[in-house]
Write a protein that binds this ligand. Sequence first.
Ligand code: MG
Ligand code: MG
Length: 252
Amino acid sequence: MIILKTEEEIEKMRRVNRMVGEILHILKNNVKVGITTEHLNEVAENEAKKRNAKCAFKGYGGFPKALCTSVNEEVVHGIPSRKRRLKEGDIISLDFGLIYDGFYGDSAITVAVGHIDGEKKKLMEVTKESLYRGISQAHPGNYLYDISQAVQEYAEGFGYGVVRDYVGHGIGRNLHEDPQVPNYVPSATDRGPMLKVGMTIAIEPMINAGTWRTKTLKDGWTVITLDKKPSAHFEHTIAITESGPVILSEVN
Ligand code: MG
Ligand code: MG
């Protein structure tokens, strides 16, 4: 069941999502050669505390940390560690969520560590653009898979693999609500549910330089590409309004 939100509820979601966006911006500025992924987790926790917000991922399904840090071939759900130091040329996906005043915020960015090669740079640019192309379809009266199609067509146009095993999601008083928001069109005949005013969804393309296929490491969390080629991830929480999509997690 898709839960529609009132304007007042969307305003609360704007507040928490803006905090997530602010903290991701701070984390981006902390990404440097030689720091550990655990350092980023600590920064995220401190910034959440300053805002009296609760970290949404910590303990969620047993996830041990506040932040997901996924480096290079890691797609999502990488676990911050004191042993993992960032190297020149890495790319790192930072996925963060908060709860504040009863509502969840969720957003992700991928950041370059120092100087990165052209292949990774292109992958990051295309993934971010695919997110915005998906968002641009989020008008009332369109259908859910119009979003999926926009992401998929753009990313596959560059020969990239669109991850199928993990998808975006509705969000609100729960981190994961209906509907699931795939980044590929899962049906040749169905366009998915119609988009309505008051829907709040997290759109989050995970795009691989090679195959779309993934596997999970023995830690039970870290998802990597099957061919070990790099992967990028960008995510925004948006609201569907009369006048179209509004990005709640964007910070200007
Ligand atoms: Mg996320
Ligand atoms: Mg999400």
